[in-house]
Design a protein around this ligand. Structure first.
Ligand SMILES: [Zn+2]
Length: 269
């Protein structure tokens, strides 16, 4: 059985108006048989032509646009070949998560069926702004997951890989087909919660909290605000039950990112 090496990458540092800096937390998993990427942040083409991201995103989230932040570039710096990325698992297809897809045209792209449909149709005004079709006009090798074939700690889930175990855990609310992604490490699980929440304080078991501007932003961009809160409560329950064996983190929280990206060196594997 292969032991995965997991790298934590910030593939789109952002400096939102009126708020603390955010990251775009992506995972690069070395499986022994190839590389798996969880979320992609912004990609080379977004940096080359930021206009395609739209004015609203650029003016409110203020991403730092630099090729050095792309997953493609960081993978090369780590000494890997970007062509070895065989699978990409996306928590959802918002522009700050799907921007790097075109940098890995050979990869299978795993997405929940509801998310795929919403992104292809872009029926609502909200969807038309959040999904950028140019990010997938290269024709990715979509692998659409529409059934739950596994149970992960009481959550219905869809398995992507078995060694190491990687599963998609549907967690709708932020978008229609949003999911968390569970990755098994030798001694614990990582749960990339995507945009289920933005701020570490939201996962506080005693006194959940979130800065006002960030709270308003999340409400504004949620496809279903109530559903997001329901799922967030389930995440807190999970944390309460198993705080050491499951490490939950958001796609955008800078503190969680800095903890996880530095702890590797001190951890006993
Ligand atoms: Zn996001």
């Amino acid at each position: 059985m292969s032991v995965p090496t997991v790298h934590h990458l910030d593939c789109a540092p952002m400096n939102p108006v009126g708020g603390a800096p955010l990251v775009a937390h992506c995972l690069l998993v070395e499986t022994g048989g190839g590389l798996v990427l969880v979320d992609t942040g912004l990609g080379s083409a977004d940096v080359a032509d930021p206009r395609r991201l739209g004015t609203f995103f650029r003016r409110t989230m203020r991403p730092e646009l630099n090729q050095a932040h792309t997953a493609y570039h960081q993978i090369r710096v780590l000494g890997y070949d970007p062509r070895d990325v065989q699978d990409i698992v996306v928590t959802h297809l918002d522009l700050d998560h799907a921007g790097g897809l075109a940098d890995f045209p050979q990869a299978r792209v795993h997405v929940m069926a509801d998310e795929y449909r919403a992104a292809m149709r872009r029926e609502t005004r909200l969807d038309a702004g959040r999904y950028v079709t140019a990010q997938w006009n290269h024709g990715p090798r979509w692998t659409v997951h529409d059934t739950a074939d596994a149970n992960w700690h009481g959550f219905a889930a869809s398995r992507v890989l078995r060694f190491p175990d990687i599963l998609m855990v549907p967690m709708p609310g932020h978008t229609r087909g949003h999911c968390a992604v569970a990755v098994q490490e030798p001694d614990r699980w990582l749960l990339h919660a995507g945009d289920a929440y933005f701020f570490h304080g939201e996962m506080d078991l005693r006194r959940p909290r979130c800065p006002r501007a960030m709270s308003m932003h999340q409400r504004l961009v949620a496809e279903n605000h109530r559903e997001r809160l329901t799922q967030l409560e389930r995440l807190r329950e999970l944390r309460r039950a198993d705080p050491r064996l499951i490490r939950i983190f958001s796609a955008h929280d800078a503190r969680e990112f800095s903890q996880l990206s530095t702890e590797r060196f001190g951890r006993v594997m």
